[in-house]
Write a protein of this length. Structure first.
Length: 192
């Protein structure tokens, strides 16, 4: 995978306000609250309808980790000890040293800079531990919050794919791809 990461112990990350930890059944109610919220999931996946949906989802994500395909971090607030969202890293291309990230955040945590804080930790993990050269975000062109977040994080909009995403409104929407290169990330964060 990369120097220093072998999919053994789950990679715990920390920021000033968040602990990025492994998905676990003990967080099922918190994860359900985020995954069942139609507004939060508007550009993500179909909202969970039952706690059983969430329990299956947790097990699927844990299995993806065991199969060395994906890492999804639960975002746990240090203040409340509640899970308020997630950041995932997936679609690794080991040879080309690139991966994609995805994220969601409870509406009550919107506008506080928490997604940016969590994603910055995941970017550090990707570039430092996995030795990635490129990290991508794929999002709906209509998802203004995600577009602004990608820009704040230093990503470059590499293109638009016409009518790529079928959204909840039953319509196909344009998708955008954003990329962040290791060299750009190094320049933004400055000397270590």
């Amino acid at each position: 995978m990369g120097p220093g990461f072998d999919f053994g112990d789950f990679p715990l990350l920390a920021t000033e306000r968040l602990e990025l930890c492994e998905y676990d059944e003990k967080y099922a109610h918190d994860i359900f609250a985020v995954r069942a919220d139609a507004e939060v999931q508007r550009y993500n996946s179909e909202p969970h309808r039952t706690l059983e949906d969430t329990l299956r989802f947790i097990e699927q994500e844990r299995e993806a980790y065991r199969q060395k395909r994906e890492v999804i971090w639960a975002l746990k607030s240090r203040e409340t000890q509640r899970v308020i969202g997630s950041v995932s890293m997936f679609d690794w291309d080991r040879y080309h040293r690139r991966a994609s990230i995805g994220y969601d955040l409870a509406r009550s945590a919107w506008g506080l800079g928490l997604a940016q804080e969590a994603i910055a930790a995941v970017l550090h993990f990707g570039f430092e531990k996995l030795a990635l050269n490129r990290i991508e975000i794929w999002t709906s062109a209509a998802n203004e919050r995600s577009l602004r977040l990608a820009e704040r994080l230093g990503f470059t909009r590499d293109g638009t794919l016409r009518k790529r995403i079928l959204e909840d409104d039953g319509q196909f929407h344009d998708g955008t791809v954003w990329g962040l290169l290791r060299g750009d990330w190094d320049q933004r964060r400055g000397p270590v």
